[in-house]
Write a protein that binds this ligand. Structure first.
Ligand code: CTP
Length: 443
């Protein structure tokens, strides 16, 4: 095969029971044992399936177990919840349930099912099926692996669709030609998995993906489904690689015509990642959510109208779109101030950065290549943002400042003076306030 070999090859001799024992948390192992006993007691077969099995084979940590039951999955979920003294939720429209252990651990349980799609991008119509049907309805061969938890074949790998070979060779392959058209979210899933594991799309799979894109299947996806996939990419381990690949495969314009990655945008995205990694080492407390940061970076430089349009296409709440626009405007304003003013005093830096959501700081850093500006941002993070006036509002009243907005304004002046070294002591702060009171002005 002409594929790049994966660096994540599963070991040839697979001992799944041993792998589960050494890689999974004790509480999850206990849950799996109880699942097996519960299945035995009720005469059903229960199987670990999908991404969990894939990750066990790859040696990647994953505690999100999906169980498939040949029989009544919801009844099994109920029995399992009773056996572990936990709770369960469900069933969903697809007959799935979630079992929640007392320690918070969750297991998804589904009835083995067959799926058909009435039209491209429709939600599937499901009917109960065999395990073989259930594995065949899945997106990629590497997600069709399974093993039984109970019965004589327990912990023996079930590999009906070539998943372990593709896993070993690092290949993403769909099971049939309609896969992307049935479910266009798989276009994004394919790219996310490819970038996450350093795999490659099989040639035929790539052609099918491109055909589905050309046939405008992405346009058929609801905003919520599209956003769910994009968000998973932006929150994952390699958001920039995913965006680059989406751009390379000309997928982004199918989300919105204005979404094209220029080399400058790509460089900015890379800069943001570097800045975020740097900040995570020095100031982990300011690292926030990844998706607002990467979405703001992706859209940076666009006018408000296309940003609103894209936000609406992705079914973001109006408030989330508003926050995005406000955050981007705060970055832009901070950037201008820090760039234009030559000799910035600490109080000016604090004023420039105060309204900036901290999770967008990596964007500001990536936009600010000048060493002196970066140093100011670092000083803000390390010291200036923590500075508070020594005096309180009550102190100001005691000094004769009347109740009202003047107190807030004066406290801001006191803080600025303290930051800039003009009021280094409590006495200096007090005399500044007294001066303001006698002069009848703020400071
Ligand atoms: N699946 C699918 N088509 C989709 C979504 C999911 O066939 N559009 C199947 C895959 O077999 C997948 C399983 O459902 O393994 C569970 O879905 P999910 O939990 O989203 O995927 P995981 O592989 O478990 O998780 P991830 O890929 O994020 O690691």
């Amino acid at each position: 095969m002409d594929q790049t070999p994966s660096t994540l090859n599963p070991a040839p001799a697979l001992n799944l029971a041993e792998r589960c024992q050494t890689r999974l948390s004790r509480s999850l192992q206990q849950l799996l044992r109880t699942s097996a006993r519960t299945a035995e007691a009720h005469g059903t077969g229960v199987y670990a399936v999908g991404g969990f099995v894939r990750d066990v084979l790859l040696g990647v940590s994953n505690e999100d177990v999906d169980l498939t039951v040949e029989g009544d999955g919801v009844a099994f979920a109920r029995h399992l919840a009773a056996a572990i003294d936990g709770t369960w939720k469900g069933p969903s429209a697809f007959g799935t349930a979630v079992v929640i252990a007392r320690d918070g651990h969750k297991i998804d349980v589904a009835t083995a099912r067959r799926e058909t799609y009435k039209h491209p991008a429709a939600l599937p119509t499901v009917v109960p099926g065999s395990l073989r049907d259930d594995l065949f309805r899945r997106d990629f061969s590497i997600n069709t692996l399974a093993f039984a938890l109970n019965g004589p074949e327990a912990f023996r790998l079930i590999d009906w669709y070539g998943g372990s070979t593709d896993l070993a060779e690092g290949v993403i392959r769909v099971l049939h030609n309609r896969s992307f058209r049935d479910d266009p979210t798989r276009i994004f899933r394919a790219i996310r998995l490819e970038q996450r594991f350093g795999f490659v799309l099989h040639r035929h799979t790539l052609r099918l993906l491109q055909r589905a894109v050309e046939k405008r299947c992405i346009e058929l996806l609801s905003g919520a489904r599209l956003w769910r996939e994009l968000r998973l990419m932006l929150e994952g381990e390699s958001p920039v690689a995913c965006l680059r690949r989406l751009d390379e495969l000309q997928i982004l314009p199918h989300i919105d015509a204005a979404l094209v990655l220029s080399p400058a945008q790509l460089a900015l995205l890379t800069g943001v990642t570097d800045a975020r990694i740097g900040l995570a080492e020095t100031h982990p407390e300011v690292i926030g959510r990844a998706w607002p940061l990467y979405l703001a970076t992706l859209l940076y430089g666009m006018e408000a109208d296309p940003i609103r349009r894209i936000g609406t296409r992705l079914a973001l709440a109006p408030r989330a779109i508003q926050e995005l626009l406000a955050g981007m405007a705060a970055v832009e304003a901070a950037c201008q101030r820090l760039r234009l003013e030559v000799d910035l005093r600490p109080s000016a830096v604090v004023a420039a950065l105060r309204t900036l959501p901290l999770e967008l700081l990596p964007l500001l850093l990536a936009l600010s290549p000048r060493g002196d500006v970066r140093q100011l941002i670092r000083s803000y993070l390390t010291a200036w943002r923590h500075v508070r006036p020594g005096l309180t509002g009550d102190d100001l009243k005691r000094l004769g400042v009347p109740q009202g907005p003047q107190i807030g304004r004066l406290l801001t002046c006191v803080l600025a003076a303290k930051l800039d070294g003009e009021a280094p002591t409590l006495e200096a702060e007090e005399s500044l306030v007294r001066r303001a009171v006698t002069q009848g002005q703020d400071a």
